[in-house]
Design a protein around this ligand. Structure first.
Ligand SMILES: Nc1ncnc2c1ncn2[C@@H]1O[C@H](COP(=O)(O)OP(=O)(O)OP(=O)(O)O)[C@@H](O)[C@H]1O
Length: 227
């Protein structure tokens, strides 16, 4: 069997350790996401899902435990190596799109590719293909402020996919949209994920959306269990 795309084992994380205001957020989290698998992470606010997503996406390091992405163990790697792995293997989508306001939709999808050393021409072609696949090719030249919330979030998906990651991490990716738009935008995301055979860990409060994923996990008392 091939290596899982994400493997977390024995992850512990506390903020302000040893101080009176210590918050022990993750208490032995084990999680494996197989190739092509889409996993829902359901957690009440403050349970630690952003902390977990940041550790899985190499934006933060655990106090204890191991993180493996695409079979590559990240423990003891330099910051440079972690950044390179994050850029090439992980895509992020947040609740709010965080698109760069002074750039067009197309440019927002090109930028991570340029940062990864892809040529302008190739980056533009890929960005156009991605925007077409989520149905907003004709909005490519609009800046984020000239797009609807659902369109902005579609652009954010395309940006997350721009470098053909192995793993997509999403934190309430449709959380700021009305229910109908959220459904449609989630459909676009899932179509893109399925088409590319990507693995994903998607945090959501929405149990209907969670039910459409392959597996549902809940976070409670710093640990994960089946929902
Ligand atoms: N930098 C920090 N310093 C101290 N405490 C923190 C820090 N970041 C997060 N926390 C605390 O850790 C706990 C988990 O935070 P986290 O952001 O992971 O939760 P969450 O599940 O993503 O919540 P939400 O759904 O509200 O975004 C919370 O109690 C939070 O207050």
């Amino acid at each position: 069997m091939s290596d899982p795309v994400l493997r977390l084992a024995g992850i512990e994380k506390a903020y302000n350790p040893g101080k009176p205001n210590e918050v022990h957020v993750l208490r032995g989290v084990d999680l494996t996401v197989a190739r092509g698998e889409v996993v829902a992470l359901v957690a009440p606010s403050g349970a630690g899902k952003s902390t977990l997503l940041h550790i899985a996406g190499l934006l933060d390091a655990p106090d204890k435990g191991s993180v493996e992405i695409g079979g590559e163990a990240m423990q003891g790697r330099s910051d440079r190596r972690r950044t390179a792995t994050r850029r090439s293997k992980v895509g992020f989508v947040y609740q709010f799109h965080h698109l760069l306001p002074e750039f067009s939709a197309l440019e927002n999808v090109m930028l991570p590719q340029l940062a990864n050393g892809i040529s302008r021409r190739a980056a533009k072609t890929r960005a156009q293909e991605l925007l077409t696949s989520v149905g907003i090719a004709e909005r490519a030249d609009h800046r984020p402020a000239a797009l609807s919330g659902g369109e902005q979030q579609r652009v954010a998906f395309c940006r997350a996919m721009a470098n053909a990651p192995r793993l997509l991490l999403a934190d309430e990716p449709t959380g700021n949209l009305d229910p109908k738009t959220s459904d449609r935008v989630f459909d676009a995301l899932m179509a893109l994920v399925r088409e590319t055979g990507l693995s994903a860990l998607i945090a959501t409060h929405n149990l209907e959306l969670a039910a459409r994923m392959d597996r549902q996990l809940k976070m409670d008392q710093g640990q994960l269990s089946e929902l």
